[in-house]
Design a protein around this ligand. Structure first.
Ligand code: SF4
Ligand code: SF4
Length: 127
Protein backbone atom coordinates (compact mmCIF):
# COMPACT_ATOMS: atom_id res chain seq x y z
CA UNK A 1 0.00 0.00 0.00
CA UNK A 2 1.43 3.33 -1.09
CA UNK A 3 0.53 6.57 0.66
CA UNK A 4 1.14 9.68 -1.42
CA UNK A 5 1.46 13.12 0.16
CA UNK A 6 -0.52 15.87 -1.57
CA UNK A 7 2.64 17.24 -3.21
CA UNK A 8 3.14 13.98 -5.11
CA UNK A 9 -0.44 13.16 -6.02
CA UNK A 10 -0.10 14.45 -9.57
CA UNK A 11 3.33 13.00 -10.36
CA UNK A 12 3.55 9.91 -12.61
CA UNK A 13 5.54 7.78 -10.17
CA UNK A 14 3.79 4.56 -11.14
CA UNK A 15 4.70 5.23 -14.75
CA UNK A 16 8.37 5.38 -13.76
CA UNK A 17 8.07 2.11 -11.82
CA UNK A 18 6.96 0.44 -15.03
CA UNK A 19 9.22 2.28 -17.46
CA UNK A 20 12.48 2.50 -15.51
CA UNK A 21 12.22 -0.60 -13.27
CA UNK A 22 10.25 -2.87 -15.57
CA UNK A 23 7.83 -3.82 -12.82
CA UNK A 24 4.47 -5.48 -13.32
CA UNK A 25 1.70 -3.63 -11.47
CA UNK A 26 -1.81 -4.73 -10.64
CA UNK A 27 -3.75 -1.91 -9.03
CA UNK A 28 -6.36 -3.23 -6.62
CA UNK A 29 -7.66 0.03 -5.20
CA UNK A 30 -6.77 3.65 -5.87
CA UNK A 31 -7.82 6.78 -4.06
CA UNK A 32 -5.82 9.65 -5.45
CA UNK A 33 -7.15 13.15 -6.00
CA UNK A 34 -5.35 16.27 -7.22
CA UNK A 35 -3.81 18.31 -4.38
CA UNK A 36 -4.80 15.74 -1.75
CA UNK A 37 -3.16 12.79 -0.01
CA UNK A 38 -3.83 9.50 -1.70
CA UNK A 39 -3.50 5.76 -1.22
CA UNK A 40 -2.86 3.05 -3.76
CA UNK A 41 -3.18 -0.64 -3.02
CA UNK A 42 -1.46 -2.84 -5.56
CA UNK A 43 0.43 -6.01 -6.32
CA UNK A 44 3.96 -5.42 -7.54
CA UNK A 45 6.41 -7.88 -9.05
CA UNK A 46 9.54 -7.95 -11.17
CA UNK A 47 13.28 -8.51 -11.00
CA UNK A 48 13.91 -4.89 -9.96
CA UNK A 49 11.35 -4.97 -7.18
CA UNK A 50 13.73 -3.80 -4.40
CA UNK A 51 15.09 -0.95 -6.51
CA UNK A 52 11.58 0.14 -7.43
CA UNK A 53 10.52 0.25 -3.78
CA UNK A 54 13.67 2.19 -2.91
CA UNK A 55 12.97 4.68 -5.71
CA UNK A 56 9.40 5.35 -4.70
CA UNK A 57 10.36 5.75 -1.04
CA UNK A 58 13.10 8.17 -2.02
CA UNK A 59 10.43 10.33 -3.65
CA UNK A 60 8.52 10.63 -0.36
CA UNK A 61 5.91 7.89 -0.76
CA UNK A 62 5.20 5.73 2.31
CA UNK A 63 5.28 2.04 1.49
CA UNK A 64 3.48 -0.46 3.71
CA UNK A 65 3.67 -4.18 3.06
CA UNK A 66 0.37 -5.86 3.71
CA UNK A 67 0.16 -8.83 6.00
CA UNK A 68 -1.20 -12.19 5.00
CA UNK A 69 -4.51 -12.18 6.80
CA UNK A 70 -6.96 -10.12 8.81
CA UNK A 71 -9.14 -11.84 11.39
CA UNK A 72 -11.96 -10.56 13.55
CA UNK A 73 -12.35 -11.38 17.20
CA UNK A 74 -16.11 -11.89 17.26
CA UNK A 75 -16.18 -11.82 21.07
CA UNK A 76 -14.98 -8.22 21.01
CA UNK A 77 -16.98 -6.86 18.09
CA UNK A 78 -20.06 -4.84 19.08
CA UNK A 79 -21.14 -4.08 15.48
CA UNK A 80 -20.59 -0.37 15.97
CA UNK A 81 -20.01 -0.02 12.22
CA UNK A 82 -16.89 2.16 12.41
CA UNK A 83 -14.85 -0.26 10.32
CA UNK A 84 -17.42 -0.39 7.52
CA UNK A 85 -16.84 3.29 6.80
CA UNK A 86 -13.17 2.74 5.95
CA UNK A 87 -13.19 -0.73 4.39
CA UNK A 88 -12.40 -0.20 0.69
CA UNK A 89 -13.29 -3.71 -0.49
CA UNK A 90 -16.70 -4.31 1.04
CA UNK A 91 -15.30 -7.10 3.24
CA UNK A 92 -16.90 -5.35 6.21
CA UNK A 93 -20.50 -4.36 5.75
CA UNK A 94 -23.68 -3.90 7.73
CA UNK A 95 -26.32 -6.54 7.21
CA UNK A 96 -29.92 -5.40 7.46
CA UNK A 97 -32.36 -5.55 9.11
CA UNK A 98 -30.48 -6.73 12.22
CA UNK A 99 -27.66 -4.18 11.62
CA UNK A 100 -24.91 -6.67 12.41
CA UNK A 101 -21.48 -6.00 10.93
CA UNK A 102 -20.41 -8.93 8.76
CA UNK A 103 -16.78 -9.69 7.92
CA UNK A 104 -16.11 -11.57 4.67
CA UNK A 105 -12.45 -12.59 4.68
CA UNK A 106 -12.62 -13.60 1.01
CA UNK A 107 -13.11 -9.97 0.00
CA UNK A 108 -10.47 -8.59 2.36
CA UNK A 109 -7.44 -7.05 0.63
CA UNK A 110 -5.53 -6.75 3.95
CA UNK A 111 -5.16 -2.98 3.83
CA UNK A 112 -5.42 -2.92 7.66
CA UNK A 113 -7.49 0.28 7.75
CA UNK A 114 -10.06 -1.44 9.98
CA UNK A 115 -7.43 -2.32 12.58
CA UNK A 116 -6.77 1.39 13.07
CA UNK A 117 -10.36 2.51 13.57
CA UNK A 118 -11.88 -0.32 15.62
CA UNK A 119 -12.40 1.04 19.15
CA UNK A 120 -12.32 -2.47 20.64
CA UNK A 121 -9.34 -3.79 18.68
CA UNK A 122 -11.51 -6.57 17.29
CA UNK A 123 -9.81 -6.56 13.88
CA UNK A 124 -6.33 -8.09 14.01
CA UNK A 125 -3.55 -8.65 11.49
CA UNK A 126 -2.02 -12.14 11.53
CA UNK A 127 1.53 -12.38 10.21
S1 SF4 B 1 -15.14 -1.21 14.36
FE1 SF4 B 1 -14.64 -3.04 15.58
S2 SF4 B 1 -16.33 -3.23 17.06
FE2 SF4 B 1 -17.01 -1.84 15.44
S3 SF4 B 1 -18.08 -3.18 13.96
FE3 SF4 B 1 -15.95 -3.03 13.25
S4 SF4 B 1 -14.91 -4.78 14.19
FE4 SF4 B 1 -16.85 -4.52 15.27
S1 SF4 C 1 -8.14 -5.08 6.14
FE1 SF4 C 1 -10.08 -4.40 7.03
S2 SF4 C 1 -10.55 -2.47 5.98
FE2 SF4 C 1 -9.00 -3.53 4.74
S3 SF4 C 1 -10.16 -4.73 3.26
FE3 SF4 C 1 -9.78 -6.09 5.00
S4 SF4 C 1 -11.58 -5.88 6.28
FE4 SF4 C 1 -11.59 -4.13 4.86
Amino acid sequence: MLRFPATLAEQPLIYYLVKDYDLVINIIKANINPHKEGTLIMELSGANYEQGIEYIRSRGVQVQFLTEEIVRNDDRCISCGACTAVCPSGALHIERPDMQVVFDGEQCIVCQLCTKVCPLKAMEAKF
